[in-house]
Design a protein around this ligand. Structure first.
Ligand code: ASP
Ligand code: MG
Length: 407
């Protein structure tokens, strides 16, 4: 017998009928002899509805009061699910975040969990009850209600699983797992049986649609076995996210991630002296603009060129800042391009295999795709290419690394 924490997202509890079918699912697991703690989100659309009401009154709602309001969404679903369980003869208890002492810091609207007191939940489990906990919410030291940021129920579930030392944390959602890439771009994309925490974090641009990325960081830190699976299918095993297992035969590449929100800025012909990097990138950081890739190359005339990428939303601002900086530093020119994308191959297998980068570049060359920038980390290689080549690049790489579904 094991202890399982299950989290059901908004679409899984989107209607009363869906809540009833979640109850059937939970009881199925109970009947196999497992102890179950359930974490639920608000019914789909509910959190947005609450945000809109708040904004109708105050464009920037008082953060503390917004949390009091948003926390009600999850309180509805815990009560309804517990009723559905009781109706089926399964004893259940629902609790809000503060009732089970999910302690957070005081950063309203994006609080972080600092501690969970698992005693109350254990007492209920010992009495044979299913415990149903509201996701997304907690309480700070002063007793104020806090919420964890959009999608935060995933993190609630992982944190509870860590505190209770659960055998597994299952995230039920409307997709049946994590895919090798976005199936809308590559119809041959496959569901992965297993992916490591590290890979999942690197695939954030794909994974973020499935899981709140912070929950993966949390799971990695506390070694929580995390499984993503569909609440709409019965037999599926989903995707297991866990630490690297050495005995397992690792695929070279686990997935192809991409990001359409990139833009790049280049400053050309900057006199090359100690401190230029700071002078160029400092004002960007001071404006709270996040940098992704950075490349510097030095020309023979002892000037240097600098290129960096930012989120597309920050493009205009970055370009304006760079023009100012260029004047100050006596640089030759500033150019920019907001029609670029980043495509990355991700896999822990890269650590122990040479030649992966060259396969990637060869594949793109064959398709006539011009690579504008390259960056690498231990388990990821990213390239920046023109927006129009996104689909072509992702498809070609997916095939080249043997990720296509076997026909
Ligand atoms: N209900 C919250 C949201 O919509 C939290 C969650 O669903 O995880 O963001
Ligand atoms: Mg979600």
């Amino acid at each position: 017998m094991s202890l399982i924490v299950q989290k059901y997202g908004g679409t899984s509890v989107g209607t009363v009928e869906r809540i009833e079918s979640v109850a059937d699912k939970v009881i199925g697991w109970r009947q196999k002899g497992h102890d179950i703690v359930v974490v639920v989100s608000a019914m789909s659309g509910e959190t947005n509805r609450l945000v809109e009401m708040a904004k109708a009154i105050q464009e920037q709602p008082v953060p503390r009061e917004l949390d009091v309001l948003l926390a009600t969404g999850e309180q509805i679903t815990i009560a309804l699910l517990s009723m559905a369980l009781e109706k089926r003869g399964c004893t259940a208890r629902s609790y809000t975040g503060h009732q089970v002492h999910i302690r957070t810091d005081s950063v309203h609207n994006k609080a972080r969990i600092v501690d969970i007191d698992d005693k109350r939940i254990r007492k209920d489990l010992d009495k044979g009850r299913v415990v149903v906990v509201a996701g997304f919410q907690g309480m700070d030291e002063e007793g104020n209600i806090t919420t964890l940021g959009r999608g935060g129920s995933d993190t609630s579930a992982v944190a509870l699983a860590a505190a209770l030392k659960a055998d597994e944390c299952q995230i039920y959602t409307d997709v049946d797992g994590v895919y090798t890439t976005d199936p809308r771009v590559v119809p041959e994309a496959r569901r992965l049986d297993h992916i490591t925490y590290e890979e999942m974090l690197e695939m954030a641009s794909l994974g973020a649609k499935v899981l709140q990325i912070r929950s993966v960081e949390f799971a990695s830190k506390y070694g929580v076995r995390l499984r993503v699976l569909s609440s709409f299918e019965d037999t599926a095993t989903g995707t297991l996210i866990s630490a690297e297992e050495t005995e397992m035969e690792q695929a070279l590449i686990s997935g192809i991630a991409f990001n359409r929100d990139e833009a790049k800025v280049t400053i050309l012909g900057v006199p090359d002296q100690p401190g230029v990097a700071h002078k160029i990138l400092g004002p960007i950081a001071d404006n709270n603009i996040e940098l992704d890739m950075i490349i510097q190359n030095v020309a023979e005339d002892s000037t240097t060129d600098f290129t960096f990428t930012v989120h597309r939303n920050d493009f205009d601002k970055s370009l304006a800042i760079m023009k100012e900086t260029a004047n100050k530093l006596g640089a030759r020119e500033v150019t920019g391009d907001s029609k670029i994308v980043k495509v990355s191959i991700v896999g822990v297998g890269m650590r122990s295999h040479a030649g992966i980068a060259s396969t990637m570049f060869e594949t793109l060359a064959k398709e006539g795709v011009n690579i504008r920038m390259i960056s690498t980390s231990e388990i990821k290689i990213s390239v920046v290419v023109d927006e129009k080549y996104l689909e072509l690049s992702v498809r070609a790489l997916h095939e080249a690394f043997g990720l296509d579904q076997l026909a």
